[in-house]
Design a protein around this ligand. Sequence first.
Ligand SMILES: Nc1ncnc2c1ncn2[C@@H]1O[C@H](COP(=O)(O)OP(=O)(O)O)[C@@H](O)[C@H]1O
Ligand code: SF4
Ligand SMILES: [Mg+2]
Length: 334
Amino acid sequence: MDALLDVRDLAVHYRTAAGPVRAVDGASFTVPAAGIVGLVGESGCGKSTLGRALMGVLPRSASIAAGQAVFEGRDLVTLSPAERRKLLWRRLAFVPQTAMNALDPVQRLAAQMQEVLVERGGLSRAAAGARAVELFAMVGLDAGRLRDWPHQFSGGMRQRASIALALALNPALLIADEPVTALDVIVQRQILDVMRDLQSRLGLAMILVTHDVAVVAYACDRVVVMYAGRVVESGPVRAVLEAPLHPYTMGLMNAFPDLERAGGELVPIEGAPPSLLNPPTGCRFAARCPFAVARCEKDPALLEQAPDHHVACWRAAEAPALRPLASEAATWSR
Ligand SMILES: Nc1ncnc2c1ncn2[C@@H]1O[C@H](COP(=O)(O)OP(=O)(O)O)[C@@H](O)[C@H]1O
Ligand code: SF4
Ligand SMILES: [Mg+2]
């Protein structure tokens, strides 16, 4: 139990006119004290909702319906607003899904840095000025750019500035939601390199939310695969990506180009994740799974199939035999 963050059976629902949307519906995983955890899954699987729930920045229509998220020994779900304010930025920091959301368009970067460092961090103005320069250097931005407005920055520079802001008060855990989505591949790699470098130099933990398995393969130490509001597979990135146990993970691996080498056949997973207004019963991936059998009408539990490697699939023990089939396009086109 030396995890920095232990998320257990977390459920987050949105109230809508049509009924509750079960955006996160029983998600469990752990984050160690150091390293980068990739939270991956297609769009609509509940990744952003999960990240926002951990940060306590859900929209009003959303609420945590069940579960725990124990961070440094305290359950984030039951924290009072005052306790949460003490944690935010200092222990737990967030880069929201678009970098523009993290930056105030009507303030120069220096003023935004000052605000975090002086008002939330309690630094003197002089100390904050020096720290802002140091933070910009850490993410590879020239100190002169602190005088700029966000709109003068390229997408990659904005992402660097958002990361610098989030790290201003030395958090223990940084949650970055799709930090490289919408950037071209070269800039993606630069930002991921910055994140890796910061992680190893500062020794903090990061959750990197992405829909792209190639990003996980390039930058992460561990991976948590989400499908339809649930965690379906998790473990060390090598173990999971080299020998996936869940057919969804196998499918994701086929569907994305490698960040390092272009080319190779991309095999999409047909269809789309189910609506979370009325999620299907049984295995939620069954409608798209080429390996579904009668048993899959019942819900598979998330179990530790190999040391530190969890999976929720009835056929996990057969994964070595299923993997070669999953790498063939014909398996997925039904
Ligand atoms: N404000 C909202 N109201 C109702 N449903 C929402 C809201 N935001 C997201 N959802 C739904 O919750 C599910 C998960 O969304 P999200 O957490 O954004 O997933 P991801 O980040 O994996 O793309 C989706 O089905 C989405 O339609
Ligand atoms: S439980 Fe069944 S349907 Fe679900 S992923 Fe495993 S084999 Fe496929
Ligand atoms: Mg998202």
